[in-house]
Design a protein around this ligand. Structure first.
Ligand code: FAD
Length: 381
């Protein structure tokens, strides 16, 4: 079957639906496809999202996808020093991504985009030396989807960018391996109104263990470690659970995935192919969160796709690369530098850092003001 659209979007995670919604609202003919039979499922996420993103990206605060409101965070050093940042208003939420992703696709569809689940992109269509669309499979049927612009929003394992000739190779060191249980936590004290992050070279090399509460006694308990570690993320998570006497006998879900924590794509556009979100490695390399970053990239990309299509000049798509790299890209590079410094700290130094940071302005740290971090460390060496 042959289909014709202005824009075809591969991937209905976070970046895909935001971009599809924005362009459908502008009146473009958009098709978003996802290989999942059920959009959003299975999830591979801790499901934590800052509250400001709802307003910023025009997403309704729908109770159907909000498990729990979160008021802050506690950071634990290897020897158990605790730094707590707590607000008197909601700072973030723990989502139910299976519903969230599906609702984002619903908002895109309501805005006018077509959506096809269980439809896998398997290659690109090339005509007269240029990329003309996407080849896909739906329930065994072959589809040829012709479009002026092709969007690769196909996540960390993206193939669309590679098919277009973009070098998206990610060395193992630029990838974190993540492993997570959604589980019932018994006989272990944790405040379910804040998230909990545990650091230490023996706890989680380069990363941390997280508890993201979904209920008083139910949480996403996960870990991210450097992808080139000879041991697995599962090994470190099991070890941490055992050391903290948390029984792993009430596990509701297991999530395994890779998180790109560096190696941001330099080339975000090739001809008429635009790469967004995890596919472009647009993830915060410090904490591994990528939802807000995917939303931001989708917003910038949709603006430039609109400009390129309305002015009938696909060269303008490159404006997305320039704008993203001038703002977001520079910010993520600075965060990457801080991460590279922090990953060299010994456990003793991590203990000192957490103690020193307790005198810093928590609001500024939470807002990513790294000058505040350095000020505190210099004041309390
Ligand atoms: P994705 O959400 O991965 O969506 C890509 C979509 O493309 C998928 O639905 C996939 O099915 C589809 N697809 C892929 N290939 C094809 C194809 N060939 N044809 C059709 N469809 C295709 N981020 C946070 O902000 N907060 C967190 O708490 C958090 N926790 C995490 C915990 C873990 C264990 C992991 C692995 C990641 C976590 N992240 C978190 C990162 C976050 O999940 C991603 O950054 C975010 O989902 C990126 O959105 P995306 O739209 O780029 O990609």
């Amino acid at each position: 079957m042959e289909l014709h659209y202005d824009v075809v979007v591969v991937g209905a995670g976070i970046a895909g639906p935001i971009l599809s919604r924005n362009l459908a609202k502008k009146g473009y003919k958009v098709l978003m496809i996802d290989k999942k039979a059920e959009i959003g499922s299975p999830k591979r996420c801790g499901e934590g999202l800052g509250i400001a993103n709802f307003k910023k990206y025009d997403i309704p605060m729908d109770k159907r996808f909000i498990n729990r409101e979160i008021y802050g965070a506690a950071i634990y050093s290897p020897s158990g020093y605790k730094l707590e940042i707590r607000y008197d208003k909601v700072a973030g939420v723990i989502l139910e991504r299976k519903i969230f992703d599906k609702m984002l696709a619903y908002y895109a569809a309501k805005a006018g985009a077509d959506v096809m689940a269980k439809t896998e992109a398997v290659g690109l269509i090339r005509k007269e030396g240029r990329i003309a669309g996407v080849k896909a499979k739906h329930e065994g049927e072959s589809l040829e989807i012709y479009a002026d612009v092709i969007v690769a929003a196909d996540g960390v394992e993206s193939r669309v960018a590679r098919w277009a000739g973009i070098n998206s190779f990610l060395p193992p060191h630029e990838l974190d391996s993540a492993y997570e249980y959604e589980m019932i936590i018994e006989n272990f004290e944790f405040d379910p109104d804040i998230i909990h992050l545990y650091f230490g070279n023996e706890v989680a090399p380069r990363g941390y263990v997280w508890i993201f509460p979904k209920d008083e006694d139910r949480a996403n308990v996960g870990i991210g470690i450097n992808g080139d570690n000879p041991k697995t993320a599962k090994y470190y998570l099991e070890k941490w659970l055992k050391e903290n006497n948390i029984k792993g006998t009430k596990i509701l879900e297991v999530n395994v995935g890779g998180v790109p924590v560096g190696g941001f794509l330099k080339e975000l556009v090739k001809d008429n192919v635009v790469v967004v979100g995890d596919a472009a490695r647009q993830v915060n390399p410090m904490h591994g969160g990528g939802m807000a970053e995917a939303m931001e990239a989708a917003t910038i990309a949709s603006k430039w796709i609109d400009k390129a299509l309305s002015e009938e000049n696909l060269e303008l798509l490159k404006g997305y690369t320039d704008e993203w790299w001038a703002g977001e890209g520079q910010k993520l590079l600075r965060i990457l530098k801080v991460r590279q410094i922090s990953e060299k700290l010994s456990d003793d130094e991590l203990d000192v850092a957490v103690q020193a940071l307790s005198s810093a302005d928590a609001e500024k740290i939470a807002a990513g003001d790294y000058k505040e971090v350095f000020k505190a460390l210099i004041k309390n060496p």
